[in-house]
Design a protein around this ligand. Sequence first.
Ligand SMILES: *Cc1c(COP(=O)(O)O)cnc(C)c1O
Ligand code: SF4
Length: 347
Amino acid sequence: MENRLPHKPASCKHPAPSREEAPLWRRAYADAITRADELLNLLDLPTHLLEGAITGDRLFGLRVPRGFAARMRRGDPNDPLLRQVLPLAEEARETEGFSIDPVGDLPSMSATGVLHKYHGRVLLVATGACAVNCRYCFRRHFPYGDANASAGQWRAALDYIAADSSITEVILSGGDPLVLGDHKLAELTQQLERIPHLRRLRVHSRLPVVLPERIDEAMLDWLGRTRLQTVMVLHANHANELDHTVARACGRLAAAGASLLNQSVLLRGVNDSGQALANLSERLFDIGVMPYYLHVLDRVQGAAHFLVPEHRALRLHEQISRSLPGYLVPRLTREDAGASHKTWLLG
Ligand SMILES: *Cc1c(COP(=O)(O)O)cnc(C)c1O
Ligand code: SF4
């Protein structure tokens, strides 16, 4: 049977996994849309958008899984999902007060890939790769290629965590940790469970939303097996992202014992209305996910057109606080370099 992996670029440095080893999600991952003209064509969008898209794409490559693109409205350049991934000419504009490392994480990152900023939990940068390139992300300046952390690289991080008994929770982050294969993740999880003071494993991932195929048997197997309590923090910004495929993935994660939370970013032209935010919370709850954080934008160079000023953010938060039950109101937060926790903004 001639059944090769589709669209594997010839220049790819990683060898293609053999047929037996390539799960469906890997093929969907590799098959993402990376050309602006293809995305515009697929969505019946006017060709005048192409020039700006190419300008933005040069700064940070366009990347969007096909399943995510399928949830966008055809013919609508203002579609809230499209706006998150379509490169624009504005991205080339330099804006004062916007930098390439607004949160100041790079200097505080140790060689081990461990970020220990807050009490009791450490963030482990498991990989730099992502399934989608979100235009507002600080990662746009550090796409890190597709470098995967190898098993050997965990050693220093594991030693660090084992040596500090105040650490009770490990957060796998990135990039997107679920871009790593199940074998690697299972091995890491097993090593973490041997550290007696660890209680929780948290995974920060956008894959259940943008590539729900990722939540397959092999993934649920290692997640459901660990002695650690598991928390999955998704990242969705608009209710339209959460279709039935995402709902099914969330149902399976919950059945495997994971607590499900969501963090979103307040983005101009995507979710900056009381109605959009309320719809997002309601839809999240429909599929078993609790709203957790609503972040104000990190002031990253190239993303200034997404900025919602803080006074407006506070007004929107106040608006949803009035219309939703308390448990559906996410905390409005900002990340300040050097702070001991995320800053909660209160009106
Ligand atoms: C956001 C973040 C965490 C997690 O913070 P919570 O408030 O527990 O969600 C942990 N470490 C770092 C470095 C972070 O940026
Ligand atoms: S998935 Fe997360 S880390 Fe990756 S580009 Fe989007 S916002 Fe950034």
